[in-house]
Structures are given as structure tokens and as C-alpha cells.
Design a protein around this ligand. Structure first.
Ligand SMILES: [Zn+2]
Length: 300
């Protein structure tokens, strides 16, 4: 592990009545931009980047800028000897963002936190949700399905790879929350997978993504794309059996040249590429039943 968990004590309480949310308003009007870290408690590269910005006194030029530490309760449980165990407490905070779940009767530590953040999120115009990855993979931006998010993701520039996808069967992500997913509103949200958990380079990529976001939001006129690579997910492979194995130790970002190439076995079901030049997005090398094993994508 190249990174130690950051000290977030100075920003824990926040300054706007919501735990873990620190917000500053500029004199000039503009969008409310939110930078979110710790959606997953053990992915703290984003939290390191935010703590640095807060310590340096970062303020918005226009509009409003918020810094958010999402799952503090899971982060508090981080143990370097058991670093994967503090992704969440009761359930994945990034799988609860549909109205039926948020308004429903179910209770969990993460749902309580999501319900606490929700009224504040309903005032956010641009959200960058900062993550890292367990398995080796090229960094990427997930933009969900809306065109408005795709346009913004391509303007950021780093990470270069932008993947448009529909999310997971296991529950709705924050970038798919109605406010951001609705094509009739202007609010947009992106998820950055900046590199491997606890690698120094992941903080660098996170900081570059934030800089790219500010550059895009601060300019007047239309948002212009950088030389990003755009891919659209064509299939999300969800594990059905107790025995899923990849035929090779794939790393995310690989392109499989030929259609119908066998890449994994899910019990006795063959998992094959669905088209030529098939991009593998974030293969999870030890996936469990009901979870996403890999997404297959087509380069556009
Ligand atoms: Zn994550």
C-alpha cells in the first residue's frame, strides 16, 4: 500500500448542516459543482485529493463548490491489514439510488446516509464521484447513458477512456439517480475510476480529473471534447453461478480482437465476446454471484 488513510477530522462535520459536506459559494453566479469521495469507504485516493484542496483553501471562481466525504462510517472501519473489508458497512452505498429504495421502508447504515445526502444532492448541478479499483485496469470515466454526461466526460480529458453504460443489475448508482439521469434536466454526474486502490498514481489521476472538470465548468459557451476514447457497453456480465472464472488474468482496458472469443466460464455457461474489438471494462477477477464480472464495450 502506497497510501495511508487521510486525516479527515477537520472536515468531518462539514459547514452546511450535512455531515461530511463542506461547501463554498462564490460571488459570481454559476453551477453547483460537487466533488465526492468515499462512496466506497476504502477508496480514499479521492479523499486525499479533497483533503489537500481543502487544506490549501480551494474556493470556487463562480457558483458553488462542495466537497463531500460520503461513507465516513465505512471509512472509519478501514484497517490496513484487511483493506477490502471497509468498502461499506451494511450494503454498497452506490447501489441504492432509485426512488423506490430511498423512499421505501428498508433500513441500513448506507440507506440512512443516502437519505441524509439526498436533499443536498437535489441542488447539485455537476457531480464527480471519485473511485478507485481493486484489480489492475486503465483509469476511466463512467458516464451512464445520458448524452449530457457523455459530453462532459469527453471534455475532462483525464482519464482518456470514457465508458457509457447502464449500470448494474444489483442496484442503481448515484450517477444513475433520477436528477442526473433524466435527459430533460441539465444536472450531470460522472464516476471516475482513477486507478488501483492505495496507489500513489491514483491520487494524481484523480487530481487531473478534477482539474479537467473545473476547466470544463469554468468556460463560457459549449463544452468541447478532448481527444478522449469513447466506448459504449454492449453487455454487462452478471455472475450467475458459484463458479465464475476468467480464462486469462485479464486487466481492464484490454481489447479482444475477435468476436466469439471465449473469455470466461460461469459454471458451465460460456462467456464470449459479442463483437470484434471488444473492450473489457473492469474485469473483477474473483466475482461473486449476482455481481458484475465484466462489462463488454464497443469503441465508438
Ligand atoms: Zn468504488
Amino acid at each position: 500500500m502506497e497510501l495511508a488513510a487521510p486525516d479527515l477530522a477537520p472536515w468531518r462535520a462539514g459547514n452546511c448542516g450535512v455531515l461530511g459536506v463542506t461547501s463554498f459559494i462564490a460571488d459570481l453566479p454559476g453551477p453547483h459543482v460537487a466533488l465526492m469521495a468515499l462512496m466506497h469507504g476504502n477508496e480514499f485516493a479521492g479523499a486525499i485529493a479533497l483533503a489537500r484542496m481543502l487544506a490549501a483553501g480551494a474556493r470556487p471562481k463562480r457558483g458553488r463548490l462542495s466537497f463531500v466525504f460520503a461513507n465516513l462510517e465505512a471509512f472509519d472501519r478501514f484497517d490496513p491489514d484487511n483493506p477490502t473489508h471497509s468498502r461499506f458497512c451494511d450494503e454498497d452505498l452506490n447501489r441504492v439510488w432509485d426512488a423506490a429504495t430511498l423512499d421505501g421502508p428498508r433500513q441500513s447504515i448506507e440507506l440512512t446516509r443516502a437519505r441524509e445526502l439526498r436533499p443536498w444532492l437535489d441542488g447539485v448541478d455537476v457531480l464527480l464521484d471519485m473511485h478507485s479499483m481493486l484489480w489492475p485496469s486503465d483509469p476511466l470515466i463512467l458516464c451512464g447513458l445520458p448524452e449530457k454526461a457523455r459530453v462532459l466526460a469527453r471534455a475532462i480529458g483525464t482519464p482518456k477512456l470514457v465508458v457509457a453504460d447502464a449500470g448494474h443489475v444489483g442496484g442503481r448508482r448515484l450517477i444513475d439517480y433520477a436528477r442526473f439521469a433524466d435527459p430533460t434536466t441539465t444536472a450531470r454526474a460522472l464516476l471516475v475510476e482513477a486507478g488501483q486502490h492505495w496507489a500513489r498514481g491514483t491520487v494524481d489521476i484523480t487530481e487531473q480529473a478534477i482539474a479537467g472538470l473545473f476547466r470544463s465548468c469554468d468556460q463560457d459557451g459549449p463544452i468541447l471534447p478532448c481527444s478522449s476514447i469513447l466506448a459504449e457497453v454492449t453487455a454487462t456480465i452478471t455472475v450467475a453461478s458459484a463458479n465464475f472464472i476468467f480464462l486469462q488474468p485479464y486487466r481492464g482496458g484490454e481489447i479482444i480482437a475477435h468476436r466469439n472469443t471465449l473469455i470466461a466460464m460461469d459454471g458451465n455457461i460460456e462467456i464470449r465476446t459479442t463483437h470484434d474489438n471488444c473492450l473489457l471494462v473492469m474485469p473483477s477477477l474473483r466475482p461473486s454471484r449476482g455481481h458484475t464480472a465484466v462489462r463488454l464495450a464497443r469503441l465508438l
